[in-house]
Design a protein around this ligand. Structure first.
Ligand SMILES: Cc1ncc(C[n+]2csc(CCOP(=O)(O)OP(=O)(O)O)c2C)c(N)n1
Length: 667
């Protein structure tokens, strides 16, 4: 299914959830584990970084005590305690932090990015909250009674996506427990100097109940955690659990600018120190047990083999047979030449009808509006509850999409104007695209983010761009572009059937109104090469003067320019249109350029470090020594103006493509 190979999931030691009465033993294990990490760092035996929770262990344990198997847990950079509290898997975690193949993520994740079953951590502050909400949404549909938990620190209260998510989780009544570890600091900064208002007020503003406790009153902490989790489980609504605590060590390894007096004051109150003072014999016995366990694990791991170089990546595309492009017969169309938007709708309708896991979320998608470009018109009526309007929260809705996908649903997230994909960039680049590799193939995130890109409608600088360039080259991400030749319903079907990785689907705004057709204006038939995400070709039967490569919304204008170039100057263009622009199958392009020696790349967006640059580089690399004559046509290097005339100057059109064809033919 996936285009990138991953090794089979790594299994750590058996998960052992602490039983009542074992809390302190587990707390000691967490503390000794992290003290050992700091020692290994100072001995130069570990690389990277580590954020210890020394002093805060009880908050993780209080939450672990009230979670159940099947619940999702999202953690942050300070995740060791959360993980060990929940699993007890010191061996798997230590191996991971040591970068060993037997680590829980095969050494790919390290200290901050760990995953096992339904426990995931990521070091991008706040990004896990909407993903947890997405999992909560999936649980609500498929596994009622289970909940999702997301740990954050109080510094992360500055992160906007947290509030987008609280709003959505409250509106959608999602069983989400946000655990706030309120240790008063964010790295070097006292949060009292950066976070305004009250913590409780922040949650309650969204109608989210906030439970409060401290680690210095263990009984109340455990009781409050239980009350909070049971409330979320029973009422199926979000809640927050705010746990006041203090970290006794530096933010990471040695970066501590807090006063020694302050730290000493909290060290004296530290629950484990208190336990040691009150029950020295029990404490000493448990400590020795944990020390022996960790010593044995370390000794074993120090003898383990180091990782070997991995060879991952897409398999080479097999040779293809070109055949005429056509509408997909399994998805009927009401018209013989439907418009692109109609085929998008047909495709989505087909998926909704055939796969109960499919769910569509985005702004203004429901009827009677049916989406800003009407791509979902009628679908919310026909599939009640499965096409959902969201608030204006691009980061959160993409994150919720990630969570839904992670939990087994097949979400399609609509970004109304592709320009706003910037707001969802963290969820695409640092979350969805990373998970499968970073967590050693244990999870898949088959989320589809549909974004209407493109200009030529006078919408100006912030509603007209093609921003896919910023996502090109992100490992783990697929970028597919609709055009008016390859049936959009087919591409939706393929994405759904053949990808278990995230996909950014580019839907050009002007394209929506075009008819899907299999002939170009010069009468030639469009061919496709039969790949899952086919490359299309306007064949020149070996007589092409210029290879023209384009994608998405530029296809129609390129065709028109090619028609005119032939009529006016008898220049024959061989046009190639990939439907998946990343990862890109360059073979058909290189094959054509090897024959023509002339390459014209046309893209609507900015050219620098863009699609054209990559196509050019691929041809130059694969055709060393060839006399390659390239030209690129792209947007002018300034923001897109509103004025109809100015916009024409800024964005490439038929005239620019024609001029480039003529220039190349003369070269
Ligand atoms: C989005 C983001 N911005 C900045 C950072 C760098 N960073 C890592 S931890 C941290 C402080 C987090 O503070 P808090 O949320 O209070 O958690 P704590 O470290 O106190 O557990 C910062 C700024 C990050 N990882 N992610």
């Amino acid at each position: 299914m996936a285009s990138t190979a991953h090794p089979p999931p790594v299994r750590g030691a058996e998960v052992v959830i602490p039983k009542d009465g074992e809390t302190l033993r587990r707390a000691i294990l967490i503390r000794l584990f992290e003290e050992k990490l700091l020692a290994l760092f100072s001995e130069g035996k570990l690389s990277g970084t580590v954020h210890t929770c020394i002093g805060q262990e009880l908050s993780a344990l209080a939450v672990a005590a009230v979670l159940r198997e099947g619940d999702w847990i999202f953690s942050n950079h300070r995740c060791h305690g959360h993980y060990l509290a929940w699993t007890g898997d010191a061996r798997g975690l230590l191996a991971e932090i040591m970068g060993l193949p037997s680590g829980i993520c095969a050494g790919r994740g390290g200290s901050q990015h760990i995953c096992r079953d339904r426990f995931l951590s990521n070091g991008v502050q706040g990004g896990g909250v909407p993903i947890a909400a997405g999992c909560a949404a999936a649980l609500k549909i498929a596994e009622p009674g289970r909940i999702a938990t997301s740990f954050i620190g109080d510094g992360t209260l500055g992160q906007g996506v947290v509030y987008e998510t609280l709003n959505l989780a409250s509106r959608w009544s999602l069983p989400l427990l946000v655990v706030l570890e309120k240790n008063g600091y964010a790295q070097s900064t006292a949060t009292a100097t950066t976070i305004a208002g009250s913590v409780r007020g922040r949650f309650e503003a969204f109608g989210v109940k906030c439970f409060e406790a401290t680690i210095w009153d263990r009984e109340t902490l455990f009781a409050t955690a239980r009350e909070a989790a049971e409330y979320v489980r029973r009422e199926r609504v979000p809640a927050a659990l705010s746990v006041e605590c203090f970290r006794l060590k530096a933010h990471s390894k040695g970066d501590d600018n807090r006063s020694p007096e302050l730290i000493a004051e909290f060290a004296a109150r530290d629950p484990l120190h208190v336990f040691e003072r009150e029950f020295p014999e029990s404490y000493a016995r448990m400590r020795i047990e944990c020390e022996i366990r960790l010593r044995d694990i370390l000794a074993e791991l120090e003898r383990s083999p180091a990782p070997i170089r991995e060879t991952l990546g897409a398999a080479p595309e097999p040779a293809r047979v070109w055949k005429p492009a056509a509408l997909i017969p399994e998805i009927p169309s009401v018209r013989s030449q439907p418009r692109v938007v109609e085929r998008v709708r047909d495709g989505l309708r087909h998926l909704l009808a055939n796969d109960p896991r499919v769910i569509l979320i985005g702004e203004d998608m429901e009827d009677p509006y049916g989406g800003a470009f009407k791509a979902t018109k009628g679908l919310s009526t026909d599939f009640p509850g499965r096409v959902r309007n969201t608030p204006i929260s691009e980061a959160a809705i993409t994150g919720v999409g990630n969570g839904l996908a992670l939990a087994g649903m097949r979400p399609f997230v609509e970004i109304m104007f592709g320009d706003f994909i910037t707001l969802a960039a963290d969820q695409i680049i640092n979350q969805a695209s990373k998970f499968a590799y970073m967590y050693a193939g244990q999870v898949a995130v088959p989320v589809v983010v549909r974004a209407a890109m493109g200009g030529k409608r006078g919408y100006g600088a912030t509603h007209s761009q093609c921003l896919e360039r910023h996502f090109f080259g992100t490992p783990g991400l697929n970028i597919v572009a609709l055009n008016s030749v390859c049936d959009p319903a087919l591409l939706l079907h393929r994405i759904h059937e053949r990808l278990d990785e995230p996909c950014l689907l580019l839907e050009n705004k002007l394209l929506y109104g075009m008819s899907v057709r299999s002939h170009s204006p010069d009468g030639r038939v469009w061919l496709e090469n039969g790949a899952d995400f086919p490359t299309l070709k306007l064949d020149a039967h070996g007589r092409g003067d210029v290879t023209v490569v384009t994608y998405g919304g530029m296809v129609d204008e390129v065709e028109e320019a090619v028609r005119r170039a032939f009529e006016d100057d008898e220049i024959i263009g061989e046009v190639l249109v990939p439907t998946r622009v990343f990862p890109l199958d360059v073979a058909p392009i290189v094959e054509s350029v090897a024959r023509t020696g002339r390459l014209l790349v046309v893209e609507e967006g900015q050219g620098f470090a863009g699609f054209g640059s990559e196509v050019l580089a691929a041809c130059a690399e694969r055709l060393p020594g060839a006399a390659l004559r390239p030209v690129r046509v792209c947007a002018e290097p300034h923001p897109i103006p509103c004025s109809r005339e100015l916009e024409k100057f800024a964005l490439p059109g038929v005239d620019e493509v024609l001029a480039a064809l003529q220039k190349l033919a003369r070269a």
